[in-house]
Design a protein around this ligand. Structure first.
Ligand SMILES: Cc1ncc(COP(=O)(O)O)c(C=O)c1O
Length: 245
């Protein structure tokens, strides 16, 4: 048997910290220049919409809603789910601080539970134990490219009528049981910050399969405007085909 790299054997891949990050290419540089010169940078620009659609599809989700970063995505997800003052949200004790801060930003209380030693992600049994009448949601984090046990976590959440927001900041393109991460919970939250697998410097996206949540997510990030409304063109009421409760 060959020797482990840790013990002096030949590594099977180049250590990630030996690669300049984020990776750059002439092709991406040309695309960025093209976009820059088009002046269509924001307000739901065609390239923004194209990326949202492609990214959501890749992960098996119906909607993608671009945001400024992967903390705001968590915050908007909780806001869109109606979570706030007096509510508790279960988060894993091992994660980046943004997971818990987003819960605080909407006025709710983060409740920390321990991780599983095998996955480094939230322990479903500990999650179940932390549930009480104030609990409204859970944020499993797919940490460092590992995956939280979505089968168990979603089963418990469904039984207890809790919302699930997957924090997929470290897990772009990950697949759980044949379908992309971020499409299993009510909302999937991703970060495109400089150190992430797909990087834009700063940015984030929320994925969801729920039409009503998609509308609420868009309005939450964009001063109440529904998707499709132009600058200065805010409309009242839900978009066509959608009835609000
Ligand atoms: C697990 C996790 N969640 C959320 C975030 C927040 O992402 P952003 O830096 O884009 O706000 C990060 C960022 O590193 C993260 O690691």
């Amino acid at each position: 048997m060959s020797k482990l790299a840790l013990l002096g054997g030949k590594p099977v891949s180049t250590p990630i910290n030996g690669i300049p990050w984020p990776p750059t290419s002439e092709k991406t540089g040309d695309k960025l220049k093209e976009l820059y010169l088009s002046r269509k940078w924001s307000f739901n620009s065609p390239s923004e919409q194209e990326f949202e659609k492609a990214y959501a599809k890749y992960h098996g989700a119906k909607h993608g809603i671009f945001m400024v970063n992967g903390t705001v995505t968590l915050e908007c997800a909780l806001e869109a789910l109606g979570i706030g003052e007096g509510d508790e949200v279960v988060v894993p004790a091992l994660t980046w601080i943004a997971t818990a801060m987003a819960v605080r930003y909407v006025g709710a209380k983060p409740v920390f539970v321990d991780i599983e030693p095998t996955t480094l992600c939230m322990d479903p049994k500990k999650f179940e134990k932390a549930i009480n009448p104030r609990t409204k949601a859970v944020i499993p984090v797919h940490l460092y490219g590992s995956m939280a046990d979505l089968d168990k976590i979603i089963k418990i959440a469904k039984r207890q009528r809790l919302a699930v927001v997957e924090d997929c900041a470290h897990m772009q393109g990950g697949v759980w049981n044949g379908r992309g991460v971020g499409s299993w919970g009510d909302v999937g939250s991703f970060s495109f910050q400089q150190s992430k697998t797909v990087s834009a410097g700063e940015a984030g996206i929320c994925l969801t399969n729920d039409d009503r949540l998609a509308d609420r997510l868009f309005r939450t990030k964009h001063i109440g405007y529904p998707n499709g409304a132009g600058q200065g063109g805010a409309k009242h009421g839900p978009p066509e085909g959608l009835t609000m409760p």
